[in-house]
Each structure stands twice: as C-alpha cells, then as structure tokens.
Design a protein around this ligand. Sequence first.
Ligand code: SF4
Length: 202
Amino acid sequence: MKETIHLPVMEHFYTLQGEGYHQGRAAYFIRLGGCDVGCVWCDVKDSWDATKHPMFSVESLRSKVKETPAGIVVITGGEPLMYNLDELTKELHAAGLRTHIETSGAYPLSGEWDWICVSPKKFKAPLPEILPKANELKVVVFNKTDLDWAKKYAAMVSPGCKLYLQPEWEKAAEMTPLIIDHIKENPQWELSLQIHKYIHVP
Ligand code: SF4
C-alpha cells in the first residue's frame, strides 16, 4: 500500500505571486514549516521550527488547492527542500496543477518542477548542483556588497535563467536606488519587488 506522506504546513493561501518572473499571477502558496538557514532578516521566522506547524497529507493539500481556480502552486517555506517533495509534486501534477518552488538551494532537489526559483543565502550556501537547474535566480539585497556577491551565483546558473535583484523589505528605501543603478550598468539583471507587500495581500 502507498505510504501517505505528511508535511508540516505553516500556512496555505490563494493570492498573487508578488515576486520574480511570475509576479502578478494568481497562485496557491503552500508554506512548509522548517528552516535552518538562519537569515538574520528573515520575514517568516515563525516557519523555522517545523514542530510548531500542523501536518498535512499531500492529498489534503491537493484538495485545498482544488477548492480554488488556481493553476499554479508555489511551494515555499521555510526551506521546502528539507523534505522530499516527490509525492507532493506528483499529486499536484496529477491534479493538472503547475508546480513552482522557492528555495535557498541548501538541500538536495527533489520533486517534479515546472519552475525553480533559487534564492541563495549567505547564511547557508546553496548546493552547487542545484544552480544549473534554476529557472530563476533571485538575490535578496540587504547590503550594497550583496550586489557583487550575486555575481558569483549568476555565473553558476544556466544561460536561460532569469536574474533578479530584490531589495530586502526593511532596507528597500536604501537599497532600491543602488539596485536600479546596478541594473542599468548590468542589464542582464532585473528588479523584483515584493508587490504583495505594496498591495497588502499575503
Ligand atoms: S531561507 Fe527563507 S525561511 Fe529560511 S531563514 Fe532564510 S529567508 Fe527565512
């Protein structure tokens, strides 16, 4: 008999994707609990302790998504790749849904993905083998030096990978002008803003 896979879920909700290539598109977000990356500026620190969050079966998650007209499901965290996501993504694909992931890349890739967004973090480096699989590289800019740090990862992704610089929310007033200048000088990069925070949706 097939084993039922359960995952810790901090929250799940239907909204608009606020960041990166799919910004502005309706998507169902599933935020898994558990992260040991330890970003000092993390805006979802409540996600870190997986034991604080209820366990959901992959079937129940699929059912929750199917209560909405969503076509895209974004698996985020926390760090979602702390778990093997093969069964979850199979279940979502079987229901005709597109699967997107947002990951720091610090754990091995599992699951079947239609879109992989890798957002490398200084606090726990991504695994080098995940970078060539990224469709999107999203670097959160907290300090000016992060602009140079981002180059290292841009050199490790595949040629078609979209490159985004995103100001850290609390530092946005300071960092956004620097990012704009940097993109004008390095037009392979694009700006990602957390538009969900401007339009006040989750
Ligand atoms: S990887 Fe994401 S969830 Fe984990 S600490 Fe960093 S920002 Fe927070």
